[in-house]
Write a protein that binds this ligand. Structure first.
Ligand SMILES: [Ca+2]
Ligand SMILES: [Ca+2]
Length: 464
């Protein structure tokens, strides 16, 4: 089957809506730069792909957070927020956060990030693009490239430092770094960076005699520590970063689940990833994303070669549109500034076949359900009604929902049957049945209604 992909805005919108699941409004995910500055050090700094969603503080007081909280953004214009970025960053960075939801304010008062709780003389403050936010972290929408900063700050702190300078330098030769108030561009004297102090023009001169990768941050009283600046210092004539950085970045790839229907309702899925070049690394400059189609082979899952979907991208996500009935594996390669590479592969992702491809006997009715797989399902209240699909693979799952007064069905795969009860809570796109392991090759699955109680089918997911 052919592999197609797209990154159109239209698809991004449709996907955003499908990931929301429980809401009908349309939003689209964004890749933002998230930074969390604790009292004595940086807890997280890096890109995060985030979306409107239900956030999960440690207290378990999970709430929808989409920019419309407390009337922040108009209803109907939800989107990713500073707090969804925090929640997604926490998962990527293996830390937790906590907050108290204030129902008058309709937002969280964030009181812990990682191991750092706010105290009597400080609180967890929010800055967006270096400007102190006057609304809560669920009350505004962020868009691609926004810089979201959570910082544990004193009550008199309102300035967030921004540090700029060269990405590379030569041993023994001075270079200039600059510190400004990131909100208004005003140069700031009296900030310390790399052991030097900035003058009234915001500038400081640094010189290193040893090759290395120097990670610089500026600090100043009553101001939030700056963004990090990594300067590769190499001997004259050497390519930047190459003399000390010999290791490739680490990479993690995240899929929405094993079946595209777990979190979405269409064949377009969001693949996202994170590269980390480590403490002494020169930093990731770009990524390559590849995909491979996995089929049922006689020795287990056989895989085609990887083909490139995108390369040299600084983004950490991709909208991939797969073919119904196919299964894919993804590989992400991260490249650092010294051109070292590191790669990781994802697990498998199977794209279910929609119910419209089923061979139906009389007695079925098509129903439109906005959040169903393919936005529709089929329903039957006729005893003996059958639905059938031929497929390739070594396992098959039925996707659908149980109904409050649902009936029972006999599911037969290659002549072996099982009776499946379809009464229960109506969670859409649930896995209703998964077959035993099958020999590789072609098979047929048949579903037969055993009574007049309704049964509903949404899709069929073959897997290798
Ligand atoms: Ca490296
Ligand atoms: Ca369907």
């Amino acid at each position: 089957m052919q592999i197609r992909s797209t990154r159109s805005a239209l698809v991004a919108c449709a996907l955003g809506a499908s990931l929301l699941g429980a809401t009908t409004a349309v939003a689209s995910p964004a890749s933002v730069d998230l930074r969390i500055e604790g009292r004595n050090g940086t807890i997280f700094e890096g890109p995060v792909t985030t979306d409107a969603k239900t956030v999960t503080p440690s207290s378990g007081d999970n709430r929808q957070c989409d920019g419309t909280n407390g009337g922040g953004n108009p209803p109907g214009s939800p989107g990713p927020t500073p707090t969804t970025a925090l929640d997604d960053g926490a998962r990527l960075g293996n830390f937790t956060w906590d907050g108290t939801y204030d129902s008058g304010f309709n937002d969280y008062l964030v009181n812990r990030i990682g191991a750092e709780s706010s105290g009597s003389s400080d609180y967890w403050g929010l800055f967006v693009n270096y400007e102190s936010s006057n609304v809560g972290g669920c009350q505004r929408v962020v868009t691609a490239k926004d810089e979201v900063l959570w910082s544990r700050i004193g009550f008199s702190t309102s300035t967030a430092l921004k540090l700029t300078g060269p990405a590379s330098a030569t041993t023994g030769r001075p270079f200039t770094v600059r510190v400004i108030d990131g909100a208004n561009g005003q140069p700031l004297g009296g900030a310390t960076v790399g052991g030097a102090t900035t003058g009234g023009d915001g500038n400081a001169q640094l010189t290193y005699s040893e090759p290395g990768i120097y990670r610089l941050k500026a600090e100043r009283a009553e101001a939030v520590r700056s963004n990090g600046l990594s300067v590769c210092v190499d001997p004259p004539g050497a390519d930047p970063c190459t003399s000390t950085d010999k290791a490739g970045p680490g990479v993690k790839v995240r899929l929405p689940g094993k079946l595209a229907s777990e979190r979405g309702r269409s064949r377009t899925v969001l693949v996202d990833w994170r590269g980390d070049d480590g403490e002494g690394g020169s930093g990731v400059t770009g990524y390559k994303l590849e995909v491979s189609e996995v089929s049922d082979g006689f020795a287990g899952a056989a895989q085609s070669g990887f083909r490139t979907l995108v390369e040299r991208t600084p983004l950490t996500r991709f909208h991939f549109r797969g073919d119904a009935g196919s299964t894919y594996r993804f590989r992400v390669t991260a490249i650092d500034r010294a051109t070292n590479r590191g790669a990781a592969e994802s697990g498998l992702l199977s794209i279910p076949v929609d119910d419209r491809r089923l061979r139906l006997s009389p007695g079925w009715k098509r129903v439109k359900i906005a959040r169903a797989w393919g936005q529709r399902s089929v329903r039957s209240t006729r005893k003996g009604a059958t639905a059938r699909l031929g497929f390739r693979g070594r396992r098959v799952s039925l996707i659908g929902r149980k109904l409050a007064r649902g009936g029972r069905a006999r599911v037969t795969v290659d002549g072996r049957s099982k009776i499946v009860g379809l009464r229960g809570k109506g969670r859409l796109r649930s896995v209703l049945f998964t077959s035993r392991r099958l020999p590789p090759g072609r098979h047929v699955v048949t579903v037969r209604s055993l009574g007049k109680a309704p049964i509903e089918l949404d899709g069929v997911a073959p897997q290798p």
